[in-house]
Design a protein around this ligand. Sequence first.
Ligand code: DX5
Ligand code: ZN
Length: 225
Amino acid sequence: MNDKNLKPSIAPSLLATNPLAVGAAIDQLPESCSWLHVDIMDGHFVPNMNGQPGLVKAIKDRYEDEFISDVHLMVTDPDRVMDLYMDAGADVITVHQEVLYHHHRTLSYIRERGRMAGLSLNPATPLSTLEELLPHVDVILLMSVNPGYGGQHFIPQVLEKVKRLREMIDRTSYPILIEVDGGVNEKTASELWEAGADVLVAGSAVFTHPDLDIAQAYEALLPRH
Ligand code: DX5
Ligand code: ZN
């Protein structure tokens, strides 16, 4: 893991890059970019397929610790595959609340392996399901679209959910990062920073912006102050 600041950060999502030119897209990110978001989809938890440990390893081999490798496992059985991604060099492993039977066991295992433990909630999964888990997570990833595809519209109710999660975390002493994923663009980013988000995942808004190049599009999403 690198020593750049963990927040506030944009985590560009490689899902929005051309698979034949992922490295060329990464190379256009500005120096200040410290996170890379890698989406893994199994065609079962979500109706799409993407990602493999080889991609995570290739990124680590080429960029070493330049980026926090943020692996989002949209899979039905993360316990079965998460070691592959940790072996490949993932720094953050995020699993979905909805698929786990033994949340503490999975999250503790990720931490035991020296990685940051992330837990993701679909838009319809309530924050109350996190109550018992706050001591065991480093990152909470709130989905602001139903997972599976890039380029979807932000679900507006999630903004309020981010505010409530900020309050929930601030009532504790745990240094948990709030990450938001899906439909992040210049407008929703500024609302999400205001609501208390720490890390925003952005795919299409960074890599396929209609008017800006990749570095400009990245910069346009950062908080203005
Ligand atoms: C969607 C993925 C996202 C996706 C976001 O299920 O988890 O990370 O790449 O894409 P945008 O930013 O285009 O909504
Ligand atoms: Zn994602």
